[in-house]
Design a protein around this ligand. Structure first.
Ligand SMILES: Nc1ncnc2c1ncn2[C@@H]1O[C@H](COP(=O)(O)OP(=O)(O)OP(=O)(O)O)[C@@H](O)[C@H]1O
Ligand SMILES: [Mg+2]
Length: 402
């Protein structure tokens, strides 16, 4: 069996895409508002954001189905604005696979090659190679109606890959699949990308897809870029409240607070709580003293005190537990303190019960602070990585008796 990548692999070195101050309006809606993004050759980049934020509009401009009102799109050095889609060497995979129902899987894949006037022998070879590549070597003669949703989507992908596009564009390609299949296809798309290294721009509103597959994520909102970065970078250092809240399930907790100081120590203080800010975590908190801020903390950074074996610290809060949601590997604890509502992701052995009080420890090494007005992140000291989560993990391993 030959290498199924042969002939399909992307050899083109100018698969980089540059989006410069691109804008598009529909009537009074600024669907895309002066967006600039540099996509590197071979990169898997994802546009992520809620419905209506402009992801599809931006992707369609890259494909050439829509013309920008302003700004430029380059492939390598070449300006693309007035180049029609079929001359851009892009492959586009849609949410609904749009296979020809009267053609077999093989014929669907061969269609584009026929138009390019390849010989019959070449076509047969390429169709076989690409079917192998997408893991469906035996279904060449079946019609779309005889294929599952996942198989249809793989054929749709094969049909695009066989043309060896310089840039692969995908708009919510997995959203019609059930949850389990979506998970499998995620892994499969990642594997394919590792093998082919085709520059890929992927659109989704599913943060799990974005987190697991992307080299970098572009978080969008209302036609504007909110943040561009590697998945963990965006997760660990969201630039603003929106990004912090959009990435992660359950989302980051946000609590209104005021920044206070006692001696050399800073505290976030609110109604019914006072939590100490780790020394040196933020660049300069001086200007925020006495000011209102938004305190952010992820559910996994709130820990059931019963499972903590480290030094007792001041960062423990008595929360009123509303409900607990056991998920098997963890428990989501919905609780309140003061006027704040929070969700914590705690050990499945927790003794916390709805309607009772429970002690929760805040891992303040992982805290976030945002400006009250702009909702922008207050800058963290470079290289701040200190964490005491190790102790918690040990305590969890030892189990509850520990
Ligand atoms: N052809 C059109 N005519 C008018 N308005 C449009 C058109 N296409 C998109 N819009 C508007 O532009 C905005 C961005 O739409 P777009 O389809 O790019 O969003 P999206 O991020 O892809 O959303 P979704 O996740 O729902 O697919 C929306 O407000 C949408 O209503
Ligand atoms: Mg869309």
């Amino acid at each position: 069996m030959g290498d199924p990548m042969r002939g399909i692999r992307q050899e083109n070195s100018s698969g980089d895409v540059h989006i410069r101050e691109v804008a598009k309006r529909f009537g009074t809606t600024a669907a895309v508002n002066k967006v600039s993004i540099d996509v590197q050759n071979g990169e898997f980049l994802t546009f992520l954001g809620p419905s209506g934020c402009g992801k599809t509009t931006l992707l369609r401009m890259v494909a050439g189905f829509l013309t920008p009102d302003a700004g430029e799109i380059y492939f390598g050095q070449a300006l693309m604005n007035s180049v029609p889609p079929w001359k851009r060497n892009v492959g586009f995979v849609f949410q609904n696979y749009a296979l020809w129902p009267h053609m077999t899987a093989g014929e669907n894949i061969a269609y584009g090659l026929k138009i390019r006037k390849l010989s019959r022998r070449e076509i047969r070879e390429k169709v076989r190679e690409v079917l192998e590549l997408v893991g469906l070597p035996d279904i060449e003669t079946r019609y779309p109606s005889q294929l599952s949703g996942g198989q249809q989507q793989r054929i749709a992908l094969a049909r695009v890959l066989v043309l060896n596009p310089g840039v692969l564009l995908m708009d919510e390609p997995l959203s019609n699949l059930d949850v389990k299949l979506r998970g499998q296809m995620r892994a499969e798309l990642s594997r394919l990308h590792i093998r082919l290294k085709t520059t890929t721009i992927y659109v989704t509103h599913d943060q799990m897809e974005a987190m697991t597959m992307s080299d970098r994520i572009v978080v969008m909102r209302d036609g504007l870029v909110q943040q561009i970065g590697a998945p963990l970078e965006i997760y660990d250092k969201p630039d603003n409240v929106f990004v912090g809240g959009f990435i992660g399930t359950p989302p980051m907790n946000f609590v209104d607070a005021v920044l206070a100081k006692e001696g050399d120590a800073f505290f976030v203080q609110g109604k019914g709580f006072k939590l100490r800010v780790p020394e040196g975590k933020f660049k300069d908190l001086g200007p925020y003293l006495g000011k209102e801020v938004i305190f952010g903390i992820r559910p996994e950074d709130i820990i059931d005190q019963d499972f903590y074996s480290g030094e007792p610290g001041g960062n423990v809060i008595t929360a009123m537990v509303d409900v607990t949601e056991p998920l098997g590997s963890e428990v989501l604890l919905h609780g309140r303190f003061g006027e704040a509502s929070i969700v914590a992701r705690v050990n499945p052995g927790t003794r916390a019960r709805g309607g009772e009080e429970h002690l929760l420890l805040f891992n303040m090494q992982k805290m976030h602070l945002f400006h009250k007005e702009t909702e922008k992140a207050i800058e963290v000291q470079e290289g701040f990585t200190v964490t005491d989560l190790g102790k918690v993990k040990q305590a969890e391993k030892r189990g509850f008796q520990g």
